[in-house]
Design a protein around this ligand. Sequence first.
Ligand code: ADP
Ligand code: GN1
Ligand code: MG
Length: 365
Amino acid sequence: MEKQEVLSAYGIEDGIISDRPYGTGHINDTFVIEYMHGEGSRKKILLQKMNHKVFKRPEAVMENIQNVTAYIREQAIKRGGDPRRETLNIILTENGKPYCRDLTGGYWRAYDFIEGATAYDRVEDPECFYQSAIVFGNFQRLLSEYPVENLNETIADFHNTAKRLEMLKKVVAEDPCGRASGVQEEIDFAIEREKEAHVLTEMAERGELPVRVTHNDTKLNNVMIDDTTGKGLCVVDLDTVMPGLSVYDFGDSIRFGASTAAEDEQDLSKVSCDMILFEIYTRGYLEGCAGKLTKKEIEMMPMGAKLMTFECGIRFLIDYLQGDVYFKIHRENHNLERCRTQFRLVADMENKWEIMNRIVKKYAK
Ligand code: ADP
Ligand code: GN1
Ligand code: MG
């Protein structure tokens, strides 16, 4: 019922051919709707119910996305590219709004469905990972002149690793679901690394790392790769575009894509950080950024990878302790299993620290 009402806000009353859940995102409810659009032609849209619990100010999220996509679209047009495939395109409601509300207060939005492209959940082929690096690097480059102060901070302290650790301590002390005693090993792992958690945010505070327009959720499955050419097309999932650190964007891609196992792999012996993939991504990201990063930012890329992985592990652990209220889960202990893969990756990066730094140095010019 809810969805019908939303679709009619977009002028889609009948002629619906299919409506199915889509993707493997942990946050929003995503659907692909195919419908008859005019005489004999079909159209696909990506309809999403935004997660209102995560995004407290959906209007502010949509304002960021409108501004950033308009900016990228303009650049695509200037250089003769295809703006329908080089950025997300928001579909406005019949009332001209970038989102609509249902009767229960939920927020929905629609995008043109990007056809003939795939967002991969795993690196099936190193070239695809390289392409994703170019796309995220390009994103950084394209937005390097965008006035960062004009963006809303849609989730406060989203990538503040030190604050995430403080939060973990608080949740452990409160232990709302009585789960803390079963995960002492993971809690200790986090606390032992307390000092390091501050490194990047403090560098930013001292002005040693610039605050830029960043994506903040640079997983491989947030990039579209063209099915025909194999080339990277564009970045999707722009909900968390806001002021941030480039090294965290780099790091999030590494934690997800350079891992030899899935984010929720149960067999930890399969989890490690692949140095070949790390090198491929480093090369592609710096190529895409095309000289826009400072020397210090490049130097701190390995730290971005380690801390972002650490932070993500902390977030999964917090959610496990709080009773799985933030990330979608598909089985019992899912968040704990995710936390364990992240911490295993951190430990592996610590062992490979010198190699990671050597690789980054090789591409720092
Ligand atoms: P979540 O925030 O829940 O991760 P996303 O915005 O990433 O939601 O969307 C979920 C998935 O839908 C993406 O991983 C991608 O596979 C796909 N997707 C998102 N936007 C589009 C689009 N405009 N066209 C085609 N596929 C898309
Ligand atoms: C969430 O929405 P999705 O699945 O692309 C999360 C990211 C995490 C990621 C872990 C808004 O991303 O921060 O790194 O899960 N997004 C939000 O897989 O919290
Ligand atoms: Mg996503």
